[in-house]
Design a protein around this ligand. Structure first.
Ligand code: NAP
Length: 256
């Protein structure tokens, strides 16, 4: 097999959280690999800009307003994707939030927002998209963007770590239940990537000192997530199912 096994020509990829950071970069990378992009998030103006960029580069894309905690917005977005291009057969569950607080200070609002966005949102999107793939007898690939903090623990991140740990178990369980429909489910566990979620800290002197002690001595570049995700989404990953792939410069294996 040649490099054509990595092609996403003819595929339709829903990317949640495409208005910023990792989702935005991954959407552009998948478009370059040939996929039509359904760019989803709440900030439609940013999604429209991304669609214009993808189209200018010769790709195809559609912006859809989705709140991953709202099932109706998910159904409406997938309906629009279907009538414009067809049934979505790649899902990148990337939308996420983090509001670190010491465990004793986490209130219900923070806890619910973290779990509803990071865990329930992945569940809702994956379930609705998988139902449609199975109904259309279309194989597909679901990729959940978890975190190395779903594997390892970090002080002050109880809600976030718990939500991402739950995503990893959901990934494994879905892989078992959906394999019979030709739908693979895998997770990526990124290390630190500088985005709006963490730029204040990682850009600070303290954050830079912290990064310099990690095995790679730097944060990841969003483009470094594209290759692993294309592998999982494409035929190149046809026997990879239920896996968790850290993309973290060995941070999650280090004792520092
Ligand atoms: N950056 C890192 O170091 C890192 C490390 C490990 C894992 N991750 C994970 O990677 C993913 C992307 O994070 P990022 O670093 O790129 O952060 P970011 O720049 O803050 O992007 C978060 C994205 O999630 C979307 N989002 C949040 N709540 C949403 C909701 N209810 N419905 C729809 N979209 C929602 C936001 O879009 P709108 O506000 O427009 O809706 C935004 O596009 C997250 O799941 C995060 O946990 C990040």
């Amino acid at each position: 097999m040649g490099l054509s096994q990595f092609s996403l020509d003819g595929r339709i990829a829903l990317v949640t959280g495409a208005s910023s950071g990792i989702g935005r970069g991954v959407a552009k990378g998948l478009a370059k690999a040939g996929a039509t992009i359904i760019a989803a998030a709440r900030r439609l103006d940013r999604l429209e800009e991304l669609v214009t960029e993808i189209e200018t580069d010769g790709g195809r894309a559609l912006a859809v307003r989705v709140d991953v905690t709202d099932k109706v917005s998910i159904e409406t977005a997938l309906d629009r994707a279907e009538s414009s291009f067809g049934v979505v057969d790649i899902v990148i569950n990337n939308a996420g939030v983090g509001a670190p607080e010491p465990f004793l200070n986490i209130d219900d609002e923070n806890f619910d927002n973290t779990m509803n966005t990071n865990f329930k949102g992945v569940w809702y999107i994956a379930q609705e998209a998988a139902r449609r793939m199975a109904g259309a007898k279309k194989p597909g690939s679901i990729i959940n963007i978890a975190s190395m903090l779903g594997i390892r623990a970090l002080s002050g991140y109880t809600a976030y770590c718990s939500s991402k740990g739950a995503v990893l178990q959901l990934t494994r369980c879905m892989a078992l239940d959906l394999g019979r429909y030709g739908i693979r489910v895998n997770a990526i566990a990124p290390g630190w990537f500088v985005t709006e979620m963490n730029e204040d800290y990682l850009g600070s002197e303290e954050g830079q000192a912290y990064l310099s002690q990690t095995p790679a001595r730097r944060a990841g570049e969003v483009e470094e997530l594209v290759g692993p995700i294309v592998m999982l989404a494409s035929e190149a990953g046809s026997f990879v199912n239920g896996a968790v792939l850290p993309v973290d410069g060995a941070h999650s294996v280090a004792l520092i």
